[in-house]
Design a protein around this ligand. Structure first.
Ligand code: F0G
Length: 482
């Protein structure tokens, strides 16, 4: 029961599982951490896992799996075509979403590759609550234009709006009027809207967007990668779902959408992905691309073991004791930081705690990449790896100028059911120390800048020797401690 999350009225998240397998992690001395991030081009994506203490880069492909998931992996049916594993997974997905067809793909962006090829024509507009990096890159690759039609409130960092991921219905109607429905390749709703801080979308909003899309004959796509967090918030923030089975919610979502796709590195706590639809025409067009880019139709580039784990993980995603774990830990971390006056995105969402680097480093201009600088500083101060989600994660404009992000965030993600409360307290402790010394944090600049998705492989350098000064301050305050 999710309402057991706090005990004795205290703000303490309660783990509804026990740990039966562990992985040792290392906390290197701060000088080694500085060396490690220097070798990684001051880009946390390029760090080596061995050098990291708490890996809060992402929840993608690093969630704890249940004993039932591991058990299911043993029954995987390894055949190139017609594997029983595929049919088991197909059945689970049909039961959860009520959609007719399932196409497997090796991960979320592979789904985006497939549907963008089929649906995006050059010059058409993809309307979305908010883009995700890989989604935008695939739409742009096909000549499409991503247009965000999210509520203005989404950009209000400190807010009390329960569903900041909602589409602004006025913006949707205006965009349809402006472009004409034939120039709109699809509308996309992203569950648990990633880049604005893991903020959910209400069912009320999904219903209204679906009604408009059906009336206008525009396809509606749902990115379900972060669905479990979204479901948790539907349950606790929309009174009509308080006593509803989660499957009723997923079924209703299925009935509102023309297509659902997901990264199973997130949804289902495994690795892989897939596309669901009841639209036969779309299905047939997309189906042709699966053997070409992914693998045969009954595995789509995935290992059958992962598919078995996914099938069980998806079923476990209907259990509030399972899906509450990330949001209650995110909430606990955010609350502790807010109490200390540290700027984070509120209300706490799913996925992770999002620090506002614009306020944290208000002495740095956006062109100095405050989110990248803060992610670097956090790693040096603590061995915690977060992810830059700001201007570095954006692509440059066509004329080469910098596209300044709407928000400069550093995400401290919670892989599902991986970290303990004392580790969360360590995060609070080190981030609080860094906040006290935030004036020491300086800017970054690129030394190697890839053209596409530069945040993954780009290499940067600090402007000045601020990382060394941070180390000196740390030694002054912490002595010999790690
Ligand atoms: N859609 C959303 C909302 C995502 O968060 C992701 C991945 C994808 C699509 C792409 O899926 O990685 O399996 O290809 N998000 C990861 C993250 C990478 O760290 O947030 P993928």
């Amino acid at each position: 029961m999710h309402n057991l999350k706090f005990f004795s009225g205290e703000n303490v998240p309660l783990e509804m599982h026990k740990v039966r397998m562990v992985q040792k992690i290392n906390l290197l001395p701060i000088e080694k951490r500085l060396q490690s991030i220097s070798e990684a081009g001051f880009n946390t994506f390029l760090l080596k896992n061995l050098d990291i203490f708490l890996d809060m880069l992402t929840d993608s492909g690093v969630n704890a799996m249940s004993e039932m998931q591991y058990a299911a992996m043993l029954q995987a049916d390894d055949s190139y075509a017609g594997s029983e594993t595929y049919y088991r997974l197909e059945k689970v997905l049909a039961d959860i979403f009520g959609m007719k067809y399932f196409l497997p793909a090796h991960q979320g962006r592979a789904c985006e590759h497939i549907f963008s090829q089929v649906m995006v024509k050059p010059g058409t507009h993809a309307l979305t609550n908010y883009h995700f990096t890989t989604t935008k890159a695939h739409i742009a690759r096909m000549g499409g234009i991503v247009e965000e039609i999210i509520l203005d409130e989404a950009f209000n960092i400190q807010s009390s709006h329960p569903f900041k991921g909602d589409i602004d219905i006025n913006k949707l109607n205006e965009a349809i009027k402006k472009h004409g429905k034939d120039k709109i390749c699809f509308v996309r709703i992203e569950a648990g809207t990633n880049l604005i801080g893991g903020q959910p979308v209400s069912m009320k909003n999904m219903r209204e967007v679906s009604r408009i899309c059906r009336k206008e004959n525009i396809k509606l796509i749902f990115d379900a990668s972060l669905l479990t967090d979204n479901l948790y918030f539907n349950k606790i923030r929309e009174p009509e779902f308080k006593d509803t089975d989660i499957k009723n919610i997923t079924r209703e979502i299925g009935s509102l959408m023309d297509m659902i796709y997901f990264s199973s590195r997130k949804l289902g706590a495994a690795r892989g992905g897939g596309i669901l639809t009841s639209d036969e025409d779309l299905f047939i067009k997309m189906r042709e691309l699966v053997p070409l880019f992914e693998g045969f139709l009954t595995y789509g580039g995935m290992s059958v073991r992962e598919m078995e784990a996914m099938a069980v993980g998806l079923q476990e995603s209907l259990d509030m004791d399972v899906i509450s774990q990330t949001p209650i830990f995110v909430e606990a971390l955010c609350n502790e930081l807010v109490e200390r006056g540290i700027p984070v995105v509120t209300p706490p969402g799913g996925l992770g705690c999002h620090l506002d680097a614009k306020q944290f480093c208000d002495h740095l201009p956006q062109t100095d990449y405050p989110s990248g600088a803060l992610a670097t500083a956090i790693f040096i101060a603590s061995g915690i790896r977060g992810m830059e989600r700001g201007t570095i994660s954006e692509a440059r404009n066509d004329d080469g100028s910098e596209h300044l992000a709407n928000m400069e965030l550093v995400r401290l993600a919670f892989p599902k059911r991986v970290f303990t409360l004392s580790q969360v307290k360590y995060v609070v402790d080190r981030v609080t120390w860094l906040y006290k010394h935030r004036s020491l944090i300086g800017g970054l600049e690129f030394v190697e800048e890839p053209k596409v998705l530069r945040f993954f492989l780009g290499r940067l350098k600090p402007k000045g020797d601020w990382p060394q000064n941070l180390v000196k301050q740390f030694r002054k305050d912490f002595g010999d401690s790690l």
